[in-house]
Design a protein around this ligand. Structure first.
Ligand code: FAD
Length: 498
């Protein structure tokens, strides 16, 4: 008998699950059915990504130019942070290091040494190829022939609804069955407690072996039915609201997301081909919804499109992600604010882990335990990275002062302490963000360590300064030869008018 996988929910998470399993577990070994409710709808945001989405598309065989054109997409070299450390502070978290290690030591240690000796006046961004490209609105994919000027990765911005459509036709053309309907009840096996079938409106029944819960914040199967609680992290990440608003394309067509810190939260700006995506993430303890909507609309750089949408959320993760025969993916599994575009990343890594661990037959309990162990670690590592953005800020407003004064998770306390002492970031199991990402945020906000790796002192200061200057010239010259982001998109993946 083929294993029947039921995917509950047809947002980005549901259709990513359907496409991946259609690709990796084709019939006749597996049957896949996705059920979604038009009346409930999807969250419809989630437009900035991280580079691993390239791997996802490649695995499906979705080609980049068609994908970008079909989703009105653009390219993303990283995130520009404005006013985060303090008003007037501007720094870039690029997808790449600040150059290759020099004599085996990470570049930011050399930067620290030169700066301490008064031989480096520029921020560390000046050493980063993605940051150099971003400042000039240039983009082309890295090519090995460009040597050290090709040491970066990139991701995408896209219209979430259009990406779901693309994945839906991919999945359906590979045999995924689709049902429209609301899950009104859940049948459980009286002996094992496993989910046996979903009851849909219209007196329909859908039985299956494995249930992937992609029902968004409702967490209809894992949370509501199996009673797996949410571990609430809003004490560390207090934002609990977002207002999203599209606007007409205007201003720069940037190959990066911009995140601008405000009095009680931050605002995103995501350039797409047919519009700009904007949103304000904030805490309702410090800012009313009306004030937030007013701030957002007055900060748009083009005319507003449609009505603003208010979204409420609680930051946290489910106590377990896999219980009985139900695995939650996407918002049903947990949510952390979109500051580093990690939600779709977690959808993708969750699905990859599930595809590796899910047997064709009975699920042995250690498999679930391992899935939960790895996923919890991954969520906690991202949580710490996001908290770091807030707790090191010098901004004076109550929202920021409270973030700076809160008690941190022990894992983050240790990270910051080692950083302060010698500019190293201890790496735990299942880190999503490597040391250069931490260095970008910490140095970018002005958290300068007291020391650096002594190995960086081996070369003479003169030789080091000369090496770094030559490298910067190489990067600047290479950047000047690359096209403007807008030209690159028009030439390679221009979308039809919306
Ligand atoms: C403000 C905000 C900004 C974000 N920005 C980003 C970003 O830039 N980058 C990023 O990676 N992520 C971002 N995210 C997260 C991203 O939007 C989600 O991870 C992604 O859209 C996946 O959502 P989902 O599919 O889990 O849920 P949803 O889109 O909510 O889909 C839920 C599905 O379940 C169905 N459903 C629910 N209940 C039932 C029921 N009883 N019966 C039948 N069907 C049901 C619904 O109809 C729907 O099809 C953001 C999230 C928010 C809130």
């Amino acid at each position: 008998m083929p294993q029947h996988i039921i995917i509950a929910g047809g947002g980005s998470a549901g259709w990513m699950a359907a496409a991946l399993f259609a690709r990796l577990r084709p019939a006749p070994l597996t049957r896949i059915t996705l059920v979604e409710s038009d009346a409930i709808g999807t969250i419809g945001v989630g437009e900035a990504t991280v580079p691993i989405l390239q791997d996802f598309n490649r695995l499906l065989g979705v080609h980049e130019p068609e994908f970008v054109a079909a989703t009105q997409g653009s390219f993303k070299l990283g995130i520009e942070f404005v006013d985060w450390g303090h008003l007037g502070n501007r720094h870039f978290h690029g997808f790449g290091d600040f150059g290759a290690p020099i004599e085996g030591t990470a570049p930011h240690h050399h930067w620290h040494r030169l700066r301490t000796a008064g031989r480096e006046q520029d921020p560390i961004d000046a050493w980063s190829m993605p940051a150099i490209l971003a400042r000039q609105d240039r983009f082309a994919p890295p090519e090995a022939s460009r040597g050290e000027a090709a040491e970066y990765r990139y991701a995408y911005h896209f219209d979430a609804g259009l990406y779901a459509c693309l994945l839906r036709s991919y999945a359906q053309s590979r045999g995924v069955a689709h049902m429209e309907g609301r899950i009104v009840d859940v049948e459980r096996d009286p002996h094992s407690g496993d989910v046996a079938a979903l009851r849909l409106d219209g007196d329909r029944r859908l039985d299956g072996d494995i249930f992937i819960d992609c029902t968004g914040f409702a967490s209809r199967l894992l949370g509501a039915e199996l009673g797996v609680a949410l571990v609430d992290w809003s004490g560390w990440l207090p934002a609990n609201r977002a207002i999203a608003q599209g606007s007409a394309r205007a201003g720069r067509f940037t190959p990066f997301t911009r995140s601008t810190a405000l009095t009680a939260g931050w605002q995103w700006r995501i350039p797409l081909q047919h519009r700009t995506g904007n949103g304000l993430v904030y805490s309702s303890r410090y800012l009313s919804d009306d004030e937030a909507a007013h701030i957002l609309t007055s900060n748009l750089d083009g005319d507003a499109i449609g009505e603003p949408r208010l979204l409420r959320f609680t930051t946290g993760r489910r106590e377990q992600f896999w219980a009985h025969n139900v695995i939650a993916i996407g918002l049903a599994a947990g949510f952390m604010e979109p500051l580093e575009s990690t939600s779709l990343q977690l959808v993708q890594t969750g699905l990859a882990r599930l595809a590796e661990l899910l047997p064709h037959g009975r699920v042995a309990p250690p498999i679930r335990t391992e899935y939960n162990r790895e996923t919890i670690a991954e969520y906690e590592r991202i949580r710490d990275f996001l908290i770091a953005h807030y707790c090191i800020s010098q901004r004076p407003e109550p929202f920021w002062r409270d973030s700076a004064n809160m008690a941190l998770p022990d894992t983050l306390t240790h990270k910051l302490a080692l950083w302060d002492a010698m500019g190293r970031v201890p790496m735990y199991d299942l880190e999503s963000h490597a040391e250069p990402s931490w260095a970008a945020i910490l140095l970018g906000q002005g958290r300068i360590p007291q020391g650096h790796d002594p190995a960086a002192d081996r070369m003479s200061l003169e030789s080091m300064a000369a090496l770094v200057a030559a490298r910067r010239d190489t990067l600047q010259a290479a950047a000047a030869r690359l096209p403007q982001h807008d030209h690159f998109v028009r030439r390679t993946c221009h979308a039809q008018a919306a």
